[in-house]
Each structure stands twice: as structure tokens, then as C-alpha cells.
Design a binder for this molecule. Structure first.
Ligand code: HEC
Ligand code: HEC
Length: 328
């Protein structure tokens, strides 16, 4: 009896000890309170992924002004009808896109339709961004919502007079010229080619400068299925040369490594970045990963030239080599 009483007393004494040990174990291993939820660590990765997609897409080039907050808008762009301004795309709820849902954002970026059905002018390169993958759009949205400082910068109204400023005709233009589906992998091409095609046609929107325009200010081809794709175009007084394998006027004499070098460092033995390409280099191509630059180079090297446009191969070879030669 004494023994069992002892056992009971020991049991009662052990209980608080166990509870105390449990509390201690909980206390020393507990996770401190944080305003973030468990899913936010994934979000941080998504935000930085989105920042990279924004680099590939060069959103900053149009949506930022020197001396102002990034993405707060303001760049004036000429359209055939008058001047418009790129808008504030920070997460500011009043002036920017802070009230946009992911779906709103997607419709604006890939289809050129802002909330309320307002059609955007294709000065915003959504005919190219239409090719963006769902994952890249989701990442971009995360970046603009969580990775960019909101800026209360008011948008500048366009100077296009009524009735030219009516936006519904743009919907018809879109029906004719803007693709509605994301880039589809070509199974007969290798992954590097496909990645290059995706960047060049989609986020990189290289064709918006390098592809000649049609009568309706559309790009005459949006991918390699059209011969005019990246065949060279005049824009704002600059000539954006052919990026095809034209021997004299295109990239026919450039190796893949030389294309990578140009896009990464702004120069190579053939050319130096200038004019409108400076902005693409400063804000976009120099930040692209080596893998992505190699993919672009692989893809461009696979676009045939056109001797009718380019002239007989080798015609200008001697002059092209001349900058290094004495007296050139
Ligand atoms: C070549 C210039 C250019 C580039 C590059 C560009 N935009 Fe735009 N964007 C514009 C212009 C101009 C407008 C305004 C169009 C209008 O008023 O119809 C616009 C409008 C928008 C709008 C609609 C905002 C609103 O509610 O009015 C969004 C969202 C947007 N851009 C996001 C982006 C994102 C994201 C990127 C990069 C993936 C990007 N833009 C790259 C020129 C550009
Ligand atoms: C905003 C307009 C614009 C965009 C967008 C643009 N380029 Fe250019 N690019 C130019 C202009 C103008 C030139 C001619 C000036 C120069 O050589 O730097 C040029 C030159 C080049 C050259 C050198 C060609 C030569 O023969 O000297 C390469 C290569 C090139 N661009 C690749 C690209 C790629 C790849 C993209 C897309 C990721 C791209 N560009 C997007 C305007 C643009």
C-alpha cells in the first residue's frame, strides 16, 4: 500500500514535470509570429521570376521615365493618330494597376484589353506578349503587385482628338492582327530553338522594331512562318536591320557566339549598339541569362536570308571587314 501510494505521488509529481518539459520543448522550437503565410516563400521566388520576365519583356523601357519612380509611366509614344503615353503600371490603386486582378492583368498584357473593355493601342506590344506563357504572366503579375514600389503618379491623357480617340476600332484591328494564343512548342525543333523562338516572338518583342510594318501598322509577320519576319525595318529614323541569315544585310556572317556577345555586352567585331537598340540593350538584353541569349542566337541563326533582298552572297564582305583594316 505504501508502495502504491508512493507510485501515485510520484506520478502526480511527474505530471507537472512532463508538462513543463513539453512547454519548454514547444517554447524553444516554436516558430515566431510573422505577417507572412506559408505560401509566401513560393511567392518570393515567383516575384523574382517575374522580375526576370519583366527584363526579358523590357516593360521598363516604355513605362518609366528617367528621374521618376520605375514603372510610374509617362513615356510619350507617337501613334498614327497622335501622341499617347505609357501608363502607370505600379500597384498604386488609384493611378496604377493596384486594383487589377491577375485576370485583368492578363487581359491587358496578352490581349490589349484593360478593365472595362478599354482597348489599348498596340503601341503597347501585346501582339507579341500574346505569346507569353501562363506561368510567365503569373510571375509578371506577382512582380508588379509585390516587387514594384507603388507610385502615385497620375497618367497623362492622350492628345488624340475625338472621334479618332474612340477605342472600339482597335478591337477590329486586334481581330485581324493580334494573336490570341500563347507560344506553342514546336516538337520538331530542339528545346533551345523553342526557347529562342519564345523569347524573340514573345517577351523580347524583337519584331516590333525589326519586322517591316504593313499598311495598317501591323507587323507583317509574327513568327518564322512569314518571310518578312525580322527582315529589317525603318523606325523613327533608325534602321533596325534584318536579324535573318542575310549575308550582307543581316546576321549571315555572325556566329552564335557573336550574337550572344552583342546582346550581352553591346558590341562585337561586327557592330556596336546604337539608336533604338540601345534601350533594348540597356534595359533588357544585357540582363538576359547566357542560356537565354544562346537560345536567341540559335533561333536567329535558323532564319534563312533572302538573296533577292540581300544581293549576291559575299558582295560586301571586303568592306564589312574593313573597320579593322588600316585606313578604313
Ligand atoms: C513599346 C512600349 C511598351 C512596352 C515595352 C510595354 N508597354 Fe505596356 N503600355 C504601353 C502603352 C503606350 C500603353 C498605353 C496604351 C493605351 O493608352 O492605349 C501601355 C499600357 C499598359 C497597360 C494598361 C494599363 C492601363 O490600365 O491603362 C498595362 C497593364 C501594361 N501596359 C503592362 C505592361 C507590361 C507588364 C509590360 C512588359 C511585359 C509592358 N506593358 C511593356 C507601352 C508599352
Ligand atoms: C526598340 C526597337 C528595337 C527592339 C525592341 C529590338 N531592336 Fe535590335 N536593333 C534596333 C535598331 C534600331 C538596331 C540598329 C542599331 C544597332 O545596330 O545597334 C538594332 C540592331 C540589332 C542587332 C545588330 C544587327 C546588325 O546587323 O548590326 C541585333 C543582333 C539585334 N538588334 C537584335 C535584337 C534582338 C534579338 C531583339 C529582341 C530581343 C531586338 N534586337 C529588339 C532596334 C530594336
Amino acid at each position: 500500500m505504501n508502495n502504491s501510494r508512493f507510485a501515485r505521488t510520484a506520478g502526480w509529481l511527474a505530471l507537472p514535470c512532463l508538462v513543463a518539459a513539453g512547454l519548454l520543448a514547444w517554447y524553444v522550437t516554436r516558430e515566431p509570429a510573422t505577417p507572412f503565410s506559408a505560401s509566401d516563400s513560393a511567392d518570393a521566388a515567383l516575384v523574382s521570376r517575374g522580375e526576370y520576365v519583366a527584363r526579358l519583356s523590357d516593360c521598363v523601357a516604355c513605362h518609366s521615365l528617367p528621374g521618376k519612380a520605375p514603372f510610374a509611366g509617362g513615356l510619350e509614344m507617337a501613334t498614327p493618330l497622335g501622341a499617347i503615353h505609357a501608363t502607370n503600371i505600379t500597384a498604386d490603386r488609384e493611378h496604377g494597376i493596384g486594383a487589377y486582378s491577375l485576370a485583368d492583368f492578363d487581359r491587358a498584357v496578352r490581349q490589349g484589353v484593360a478593365p472595362g473593355g478599354r482597348r489599348l493601342y498596340p503601341a503597347m506590344p501585346y501582339p507579341s506578349y500574346a505569346k507569353l506563357s501562363d506561368d510567365d504572366v503569373r510571375a509578371l503579375y506577382a512582380f508588379f503587385m509585390k516587387g514594384v514600389q507603388p507610385a502615385a503618379e497620375a497618367n497623362i491623357p492622350s492628345s488624340i482628338p475625338w472621334p479618332l480617340n474612340l477605342r472600339w476600332p482597335i478591337a477590329l484591328w486586334n481581330g485581324l492582327f493580334a494573336p490570341t494564343t500563347a507560344y506553342a512548342q514546336k516538337p520538331d525543333q530542339d528545346p533551345l530553338w523553342n526557347r529562342g523562338a519564345y523569347i524573340v516572338q514573345g517577351p523580347g518583342h524583337c519584331g516590333s522594331c525589326h519586322t517591316p510594318g504593313g499598311l495598317a501598322f501591323n507587323e507583317r509577320a509574327l513568327d518564322e512562318s512569314g518571310a518578312p519576319f525580322l527582315a529589317g525595318a525603318l523606325l523613327d529614323g533608325w534602321y533596325a536591320p534584318s536579324l535573318r541569315q542575310d549575308h550582307n544585310t543581316g546576321l549571315g556572317r555572325w556566329s552564335e557566339a557573336e550574337i550572344v556577345q552583342f546582346l550581352k555586352t553591346g558590341r562585337n567585331r561586327h557592330a556596336v549598339v546604337y539608336g533604338a537598340m540601345t534601350e533594348a540593350f540597356n534595359n533588357s538584353t544585357q540582363f538576359m541569362s547566357d542560356d537565354d541569349l544562346s537560345a536567341i542566337a540559335r533561333y536567329l541563326k535558323a532564319l534563312p536570308g533572302d538573296p533577292r533582298r540581300d544581293g549576291a552572297p559575299g558582295q560586301y564582305q571586303a568592306t564589312a571587314a574593313a573597320p579593322d583594316a588600316p585606313g578604313a
